[in-house]
Design a protein around this ligand. Structure first.
Ligand code: FES
Ligand SMILES: [Fe+2]
Length: 363
């Protein structure tokens, strides 16, 4: 950490021009985590996500391939789909004049257009968004041209986390938080535990805030791990675990929790017996939608006495403490009195993240 390192000036968190530049440079060009394959496992099942003011539809075709499209009809531009999730059946039909697309986005029906000379349905497929999958996580990319492969962005994470067999895990619970804070404050909050003894006494009881070790900042992710205290099985309200450890795990991995922020919008928290995923959906400089999901092994989910509540209750409490303090940060940074403050040596990842963000704005 260089001497004199400070936090960023206020406009990084408050100015709409900074916000737009980050959206265009990071969210429109990088792969962003959009959901789980299980949400579109049946052909025609869909989810809708919003980012950069765009509405995007993610669905799958009869071969199980995940496709993503702009939620824009090729006739007169109408939103095709107004539900957050659901099923199209075998085709996607616009509610206005019934132009109909197959699950690959090809136009297959356009009433009365046969009367129009030279009209060719193949000229009007849905506008496609790139989509790919890592271990059950769907990623989308809004680049106009072919983006670099998702694998490149994920770097060594697929091998690092292969033992969790994330593709086998299934949703146990979801909470959507509307956080009145800049998306970067949420990432920064996630990547330091300096605040843990003060803000999260329950977490600190289970996992000592200084037990952690971080990887150095990588170009596309940052993260590290924290150890569970002796006698603690996992992060639940009482530190006990009502579930089995995930079958692929062994050794120190069953005594740790891994926290990785995968830029720009995924927070991946891997516990011995469950996975928690946050995806961040910035709406404005001071507002971020935060979808939080808890995923478990299907064997556990199938048990008659299965309950995700112990994990959900623990993290919902901790999440709310975090979002509250992020909102307080946003409010203070927005004050005319705010000036950048000095970082401690334990905030080195945050400083490195800030440098990356500064780079975005310097082009
Ligand atoms: S706008 Fe979609 S069919 Fe006319
Ligand atoms: Fe926290």
């Amino acid at each position: 950490m260089p001497r004199g390192a400070t936090t960023l000036p206020a406009p990084f968190y408050t100015d709409v021009l900074y916000f737009r530049r980050e959206m265009e440079t990071l969210f429109a060009r990088m792969w962003i985590c959009a959901g789980r394959v299980e949400q579109v496992i049946e052909p025609g099942q869909f989810i809708v996500r919003e980012v950069l003011g765009e509405s995007l539809v993610i669905t799958s075709n009869s071969a199980g391939q995940v496709n993503a499209f702009y939620n824009v009809c090729r006739h007169r531009g109408t939103r095709l789909c107004t539900e957050a999730e659901g099923s199209f059946g075998r085709s996607i039909q616009c509610p206005y004049h019934a132009w109909t697309y197959d699950l690959n986005g090809l136009l297959i029906g356009a009433p009365h257009m046969e009367e129009v000379p030279h009209f060719d349905k193949t000229d009007y497929p849905l506008h496609r968004v790139h989509a790919d999958v890592w271990d059950g996580h769907i990623f989308i990319n809004l680049s106009r041209d072919a983006p670099p492969p998702l694998r490149g962005q994920l770097a060594d994470l697929p091998s690092k986390f292969a033992s969790w067999r994330m593709d086998t895990l299934r949703l146990g619970h979801r909470i959507v938080y509307d956080v009145k804070a800049n998306w970067k404050l949420i990432i920064q909050n996630y990547n330091e535990c300096l605040h843990c003894p003060n803000l999260h006494p329950a977490l600190n009881k289970l996992s000592h805030y200084l037990s952690g070790e971080n990887d150095p900042l990588q170009p596309t992710y940052m993260g590290g791990r924290m150890d569970l205290r002796p006698g603690v099985d996992t992060l639940t309200m009482d530190g006990k675990c009502s579930r089995g450890v995930l079958p692929g795990l062994s050794g120190e991995d069953v005594r740790r929790v891994y926290y990785y922020a995968i830029f720009p919008n995924m927070l991946l928290s891997l516990h011995p017996d469950y996975m928690m995923v946050h995806t961040l959906w910035p709406i404005a400089p001071d507002r971020t939608l935060n979808i939080c999901e808890w995923h478990f092994h299907p064997t556990e989910l199938a048990r008659p006495d299965f309950s995700p509540d112990d994990a959900v209750e623990f993290w919902d409490l901790t999440n709310k403490q975090d979002w509250h303090v992020c909102e307080l940060s946003q409010a203070g940074i927005s004050s005319r009195a705010y000036t950048p403050g000095p970082y401690s040596n334990r905030e080195d990842l945050l400083y490195a993240f800030d440098r990356m963000i500064v780079g975005v704005h310097q082009g």
